[in-house]
Design a protein around this ligand. Structure first.
Ligand code: BES
Ligand code: ZN
Ligand code: ZN
Length: 505
């Protein structure tokens, strides 16, 4: 069945209870008129208060300065103290060194303020516009920090023990457009976190398709969804093989956004949507297997970006592609030794059914690069455990075919604070995925350069010399040490902000 938007596809009710701020208000009113329960101002590490901090200090007869003099308030990043006005609490947040106060620092400050407000169980918050502290700053990063810091995943907890959500956050004298842009981008990140955190019995391929429908409706996108039969008919033999072992219906999802001129080449974003990876017949050890619900985080990057695109409506053409299935061990499961044919006609020898991400991406990459003359293609995938060995949870491994594009990705990484590190795709590595019985095999050399082998395999399926960069997010998609604007645990939504910066949205 080929489904195109608009139509009724919603088979199950959305069970995402939004536990994050959807927007940030702005006001030109004075702080004294604000009805918020909590008012947040800042202090730098040289113990200089922000402009509103100084005003409040005077209003409170110098009590904040006293705390500074007693060294109880030092301005270290994330360290805060509370003071009390008649019917409101004053939060003085440490901002770190003034000379280091860049967009990442302001994002962190926003995150710390939101988290502190949540821990104090207040529902309304007014925040000083901290961007006025330095010329090079704007309100986008502040809004991102506030929304990202407000994120909690509690939709499956029935007791309400986490306290109330933040309902009303207002920046005093900020830039409304920038605040709104930051909130929209951060909402895309929060959507990706939710999709990642939902277990595999909720975040199914069908559910991902429904999210694509919802986003498509909002952003006037053309949505195409192939079911199992169409996947086979299209010649996507690798995705079809991985999906064979599960009764859960697989989906091949395409979101097409045409906001740019007709002659403008589209950009493709491809995301691995493996909603549960048991390893298949090459089964994984059971310890931590639950974490394989996160194996669709690549698709969550694509959906998070597309949701922001739907709202920001940039003058660009963007195609999102998500191959989505489970990798299980049912009676029809594919087996080591099987030879598959991908969408571009190349044959693949399966040596390990757990290297399934590259299989489903082979069809997705060859489909989108064969069908479209693209400006470039990016793929996002929790592809290899080896990237965790190399980089830990701190960075995303990247590699690709176009040095200029890689440099642009690195520049966006520096601007957004989302770390990437590049690996070489030299011929020596590419030779390692050649098979003796088929065109390629889904493993490289045993135990060596596993992350690069994944990239080298995918390269075989990028058609038309399309400039392409692969993002191995197996380390960065979840499990990161808590950052001020990051989640306590679980999915991070990393790479969405980087992509939005790269696309100059
Ligand atoms: N989804 C996994 C990769 C993964 C492993 C992500 C651990 C995060 C944590 C992927 O499908 C996989 O199983 N890859 C194998 C490839 C190997 C068989 C060549 C791996 O990394 O072990
Ligand atoms: Zn696997
Ligand atoms: Zn996987």
């Amino acid at each position: 069945m080929l489904l195109r938007f608009p139509f009724e596809y919603f088979t199950s009710k959305s069970d995402t209870i939004m536990s994050y701020l959807s927007q940030i208000q702005n006001t030109e009113q004075s702080w004294s008129e604000s009805k918020a329960q909590l008012l947040a101002v800042g202090i730098f590490q040289n113990q200089e208060l922000t402009p509103l901090g100084q005003t409040i200090d005077e209003h409170l007869a110098g009590v904040i300065s006293k705390a500074v003099r007693l060294d109880d308030l030092t301005g270290k990043p994330g360290e805060s103290r509370t003071f009390y006005d008649d019917d409101r609490i004053i939060l003085v947040m440490g901002l770190g060194k003034k000379e280091d106060f860049d967009s990442e620092a302001i994002r962190k400050a926003g995150g710390s303020i939101a988290k502190t407000a949540l821990s104090m169980k207040v529902t309304s918050l007014a925040v000083e516009c901290l961007c006025t502290c330095s010329e090079k700053l704007d309100c986008q990063a502040l809004a991102e920090g506030l929304v990202l810091g407000s994120y909690r995943f509690n939709s499956h907890r029935t007791g309400g023990e986490d306290g109330p959500d933040l309902e009303d956050v207002t920046v005093l004298g900020g830039d409304e457009t920038k605040l709104s842009k930051g909130a929209i981008i951060a909402n895309g990140v929060c959507l990706a976190r939710d999709l990642g955190n939902h277990p595999a019995n909720v975040a199914t391929p069908t559910r991902l398709a429904e999210e694509a429908q919802r986003i498509g409706a909002k952003g006037d996108m053309n949505i195409t969804i192939f079911d199992r039969q169409e996947i086979v008919e299209q010649g996507m033999g690798a995705l079809a093989a991985v999906a064979q072992g599960s009764d859960e219906p697989p989906k091949f999802i395409t979101l097409e956004y045409r906001g740019g001129p007709e002659n403008q080449k589209p950009i493709a974003l491809v995301g691995k949507g493996l909603t549960f990876d048991s390893g298949g017949i090459s089964i994984k050890p059971s310890g931590k297997m639950d974490e394989m619900k996160f194996d669709m985080c690549g698709s969550a990057v694509v959906l998070g970006v597309m949701q922001a695109v739907a709202e920001l409506k940039p003058a660009l053409n963007i195609i999102g592609v998500i191959p989505s299935t489970e990798n299980l061990l049912g009676a029809k499961a594919f087996k080591p030794g099987d030879i598959l044919k991908a969408y571009n006609g190349k044959t693949i020898e399966v040596l390990n059914t757990d290297a399934e991400g590259r299989l489903i991406l082979a069809d997705a990459l060859s489909y989108v690069t064969k069908k479209h003359d693209l400006e470039y293609a990016l793929d996002f995938a929790t592809l290899t455990g080896a990237v965790l060995v190399a980089l830990g949870h701190h960075a995303t491994g990247i590699m690709g075919t176009d040095e200029e594009l890689i440099q642009k990705v690195k520049a966006s990484s520096a601007r957004t604070g989302e770390k990437v590190w590049d690996f070489p795709l030299w011929d020596e590595y590419c030779d390692e995925v050649k098979s003796k019985v088929a065109d390629v095999k889904n493993l490289g050399n045993e135990r060596n350069a596993g992350t690069i082998a994944g990239g080298a395999f995918l390269k075989e399926f990028v058609e038309n010399d399309t400039p392409w960069v692969h993002f191995d997010i197996a380390g960065s998609a979840w499990g990161e040490k808590e950052k001020p604007y990051g989640p306590k645990a679980g999915a991070t939504g990393n790479m969405i902000r980087l992509v939005i910066d790269l696309l100059k949205i």
